[in-house]
Write a protein that binds this ligand. Sequence first.
Ligand code: NUP
Length: 216
Amino acid sequence: MVALDVTDENKAIEISREVFQYVDAIKVGYPLVLSSHLSIVDRIKEITKKEIICDFKLADIPSTNEKIASLTLRYGDGIICHGFLGEDSIRAVQEVAKKYGEKGNYKKVIMVTEMSHRGAIQFIQPVADELAEMAKRLKVDGVVAPSTRPERLKTIKDIVGDIPVLSPGIGAQGGDLNKVLNILDEDDYIIVGRDIYESENPGRRAQYYYHILKDR
Ligand code: NUP
């Protein structure tokens, strides 16, 4: 999954065209959407026909999460939420996704467990296993867990079982790809941003990851 955190709409479209054949999904977040518009998701989808995940890390009370999710899922195929707000905040997003599902548009609700940066050790890590247990209980469609700490990735993966794991931290954040690939299964994703979109040739860089994943 490529993270398209560029702040120029045209650049985002250009990179999407270069990388889409090598990725399973595209993740957009605030950098791109705040510098353009949420409808950029439709444009990227039209060009790439790939799943688009909106990484908005929802972290609000249920009624506000619900409003944000309703707006976001008009465009995206999935949305990333924080888990530390508690069960009701996630359930509110799942309710929205369910309504879209009833109309034939399956939408994924993905929950952050432990984040990949160093600061995550401070507050999130101590509760991350419980967050993973909650994710499992709520049957979310995916969890985010760090490639920067393979041992934590493994623990979280063991807790969530068959829920797919999306793992950022490879490339610019220094995660060890081999260690991570020994932990992840076929249904899981690595998320790579800067190492692809900041490279001289994003298409070739995406292809590099594609081959590693395909040949393993
Ligand atoms: O724990 C997380 N770490 C992380 O890097 C959760 C995330 N959602 N991300 C996102 O993954 C981050 O916001 C960025 O969009 C992407 C990683 O990008 P890069 O470090 O490969 O450039």
